[in-house]
Design a binder for this molecule. Sequence first.
Ligand code: HEC
Ligand code: HEC
Length: 194
Amino acid sequence: MKRLLVVAIALAIGPRVVAQTPDSGLQAFAQMSAVLLHPRCLNCHTNGDYPTQGDDRHRHLFRVARGEDNRGAPGMRCSTCHHTANNTANSVPGARGWELAPLTMGWEGRTPAEVCARLKDPRGNGGRDLESLAAHFATDARVAWAWSPGGTRSPVSIPKETFLAAVKTWVARGAPCPNLAVQRRLRSSFSPVS
Ligand code: HEC
Ligand code: HEC
């Protein structure tokens, strides 16, 4: 009987709990967006034929181009200058796998809602499900680099632990994406280009 009562109460409050969860998922995604749309990430996640640089995201020096495999044109390969770690002598940034993200992963100029949809679309995200997406955020060397970018570059705006906690919450809440109404609310809480 007691157990039945518990079940009845759980059923009664259940819908309210369900209604609340996407909202905390959306708040988590708002925190994630501040990182995803930060220049440290966008400079590689471009929508065009070349990487960008700096907080103002100007075109890369020496007219460096994307090339067919995202690793630069022949004779101007990313790896010619970028190595697996930051170069402290000449301040050229570096991390394992330094190359442009493919165009399907371009986030430049996109809204958080659009980036969210792209992140979850296995046709363009490297075939990842939510779990491997979360793993990428936690372990990829290029993602990690954005917290210690070397030179005079500023790191992304929130601590990595805060970001990874937000990713965890977002995934646990079913990875909700903002719609255009909440989008306006989110816009005021972060600045994509500083
Ligand atoms: C040096 C260039 C570079 C930087 C900087 C970089 N990325 Fe990437 N990123 C890539 C490349 C290349 C890929 C594609 C390789 C792959 O799928 O494993 C990628 C793939 C991804 C993916 C998986 C696919 C998808 O859904 O788009 C995510 C997520 C991601 N990056 C997040 C970030 C975040 C967040 C930052 C900043 C904190 C960042 N990246 C910074 C180059 C970069
Ligand atoms: C000829 C050398 C050279 C080549 C080739 C080169 N880079 Fe760079 N890259 C640099 C230098 C130097 C900087 C630092 C510039 C500065 O800080 O003023 C830089 C900076 C960057 C940054 C800026 C990071 C930030 O957030 O400000 C990104 C992103 C980048 N390169 C990506 C690439 C990619 C992707 C390729 C290949 C498609 C590439 N680079 C090819 C020399 C090179």
